[in-house]
Design a protein around this ligand. Sequence first.
Ligand SMILES: [Fe+2]
Length: 305
Amino acid sequence: MNTEFDELVSLSEKDEVRLHTGAQIFAKTTPEPDHTSDSPVRTTIKSMSSTSIWQRLKNRFFTGAEPETQEPVKDCFWKVDIHSHLLPGVDDGVSSWEETLACLQQFSEWGISKVITTPHVSRDWFPNKYQQLLEGQEQLQALVREHNLPLTIEVAAEYLLDDFFLDLLNSREVLTFGAEKYILVETAWSSAPLHLSDLIFRIQSAGYTPILAHPERYKYYKNFEAELSHHRDAGCLLQLNAMSLSGKYGEQARRQGKILLQKGWVDFIGSDLHRPGDLPRFEKIFSLPEFKELAKQPLRNSKLL
Ligand SMILES: [Fe+2]
């Protein structure tokens, strides 16, 4: 009875296929010219790249494994992105509507159906006003309509926890999202606010639900797990930057991001996209082992649809 291997060997005399039974090694040279009708096996051979034929033959005959998938599935299964900088001219994000459009189109192709973009708000660098950002929201929504993009868009903010923020909180001129009135906050990179726990409590007391943006990126922890565990226990949610996993922010952020995954502490995933140039780095996450770990997190993104 012919085996698949016999059929493969008999395809052409020009194929030089040697089986070394002791070492179980195949070697194949001289691809067969493509001038005959396609049998299933011949089609398989034609689909093999010359560089991977050894691995594919070994998989097929010795492990029974299917050929490796070349392209990862690029699916943002969480559907809602809650962190980006896609309003031109208000912060260090996109610099034109064309850049905004390029980012939104790519997001849509990757399965995002709702974007909550979050311009920086801080006293010293980006003192954006509540009303100004709401006007930006209208412009973004008009852009989406004009280009028939299959997504919705809202504007919230990424608030730096400085004195300016406390004034905004007291005036209640803060941009939130979701029924829980989520409010995205960040701290300085190298030093946490003196009383971060107190600030979290004040946000909650004002009726909002705090989300700490990209905790894995901060460099000031004496004990990363213990400090974040304390904030989580106090009701502060955590948002991981997807691109931390692909190394955009360095090794410490990548390592701390993996800890968040291991602990199951990722309440939200966010892109923190600033420009189209970030998209290739974002795309890398689809082929990372950590991408599968995201599906095991208590993500709340899709509840915002
Ligand atoms: Fe951001």
